[in-house]
Design a protein around this ligand. Structure first.
Ligand code: IMP
Length: 428
């Protein structure tokens, strides 16, 4: 099984960075397929902590190719800063390839992200303010500037002039001053000079790798319920974090994908606005936040914490055709006497087994809980599934049975070593 998609099964921040880093040890290519520097992936190796926003976490493996594929939106300054920072910590990195079809994030996207949020008043989405939504809007409106145009000396000036004319009219409507062409052109031309050697047709590269039978890991960002079509719209991001996004965002068809694993926390978190049925507003929520250091990598915002929502996870398993689950942060649930998991929703007096599509209905649902016994043991030194406390194994078994999806990997701490591979056959 040489191709594997890793997706976030919830609302993002499921510890995908750590998992991709572990799995990338066996991959020849790691391909990030959606989003931009709204993502924040943390990888801890020994006493070094790496924080990635645009680079695939697989860049840490010198023998691998790290691809930023066509479905992404790329902030060139953010990318270069990240590359310099990572190289300073670890000089030997994987080979970087950037898709010429990926779209470029400009300062006007970040500015419009903030202005649009402000205009929404108390219906704010709670975006990361990285210009992600406005950059994807330009892509869909067919006026976006792509990486292949940024690095083309002949075309970049004309494209930027053309787009700035539109953006400056929009900024005027918000009462904001014009963005001057000369300064922006000079700044982005300097980024282009540094990025040019990496920009190419990565669709072809990835297709060839798949045909050769190389091991390709498709790295997702964000999470299933932040998907533009399958998430809790409008409280979503503007791209496709679901497994199908790996095809759309890289140029391979569905039959090129052999396995899909969904990364899921042993509880639920969410950053930004939007309904969250199992959210906890009590001491247990605070305990999870503190034990799990649940503060955003990108914005530093405190994450909303709650019980594991199995209604959502089962839906996620279906949307992504998951072959297996990667259950992370089991260690964080230590010392909670009784754990709860949502097994249905109650909506207007009736029980429903799925997430209602209408956000107003979703905001009204009340979770129906199943209580499971917790544990007091520290799990971080355990290395074999059979050495886990019985209550942990029972918790995992309940999740597997309810979602009809076997656990492939359990993560019991942030370090690479704190990982239990349960079903190697589901991975590669
Ligand atoms: P945007 O992607 O910045 O437009 O933000 C849209 C929504 O997605 C907001 O609720 C963000 O908090 C959320 N979001 C975006 N990226 C991530 C992520 O990597 N992890 C968790 N939430 C995210």
């Amino acid at each position: 099984m040489p191709t594997l998609v890793i997706v976030g099964a919830q609302w993002g921040d499921e510890a995908k960075g750590k998992i991709v880093d572990v799995l990338a040890q066996d991959a020849e290519h790691v391909v990030r397929f959606s989003g931009g520097n709204n993502a924040g992936h943390t990888v801890i190796v020994g006493d070094q902590e790496f924080k990635f926003q645009l680079l695939p976490a697989g860049i840490l493996h010198p023998d691998a190719t790290a691809v930023l594929a066509s479905g992404m939106v790329i902030d060139p300054k953010g990318l270069l800063d990240e590359l310099d920072r990572t190289r300073a910590m670890k000089p030997e990195l994987g080979t970087l390839r950037i898709s010429g079809s990926a779209h470029v994030v400009f300062p006007y996207h970040r500015l419009l992200d903030e202005l649009e949020e402000e205009a929404r008043g108390h219906n704010k989405i709670g975006t990361t303010s990285r210009g992600i939504g406005p950059a994807y809007q330009d892509k869909v409106a067919r006026i976006g500037i792509r990486m292949c145009e940024l690095v083309c000396e002949k075309r970049f000036a004309d494209r930027l002039k053309e787009v700035l004319a539109v953006k400056n009219r929009l900024l005027a409507m918000f009462g904001k001053p014009e963005i001057a062409f000369d300064q922006l052109f000079a700044e982005y031309s300097a980024y282009a000079t540094r990025l040019r050697p990496f920009v190419q047709d990565t669709d072809w590269f990835v297709q060839e790798a798949v045909i050769r039978g190389d091991r390709v890991l498709f790295e997702g960002a964000q999470g299933t319920f932040l998907d533009l079509d399958h998430g809790t719209y409008p409280y979503v991001t503007s791209s496709h974090p679901v497994a199908a996004g790996a095809c759309l965002g890289t140029g391979v068809g569905p039959r090129a994908i052999d396995s899909v694993l969904g990364v899921c926390k042993a509880y639920t978190t969410r950053v930004g606005s939007g309904p969250f049925p199992t959210e906890l507003h009590d001491n247990i929520g605070e305990q999870i936040r503190q034990q799990g250091h649940e503060f955003g990598t990108v914005t530093g915002r405190s994450r909303r914490c709650g019980w594991l929502d199995l209604v959502a996870l089962r839906q996620s398993a279906r949307v992504n055709s998951m072959k297996g689950l990667i259950l992370t942060r089991l260690d964080v649930l230590q010392d909670i006497p009784t754990l709860k998991v949502a097994t249905a929703y109650e909506l207007d007096g009736a029980e429903i087994p799925y997430l209602p599509a209408d956000i107003e209905d979703f905001a009204k649902v009340a979770p129906v809980y199943k209580a499971l016994p917790g544990w007091t043991e520290n799990l971080r030194t355990v290395r074999k599934v059979e050495d886990l406390p019985k209550n942990v194994r029972d918790y995992v078994a309940f999740v597997e049975e309810f979602t009809n999806t076997p656990a492939a990997i359990l993560s019991i701490g942030p370090d690479r070593a704190e990982t239990i591979i349960v079903r190697p056959d589901l991975i590669w």
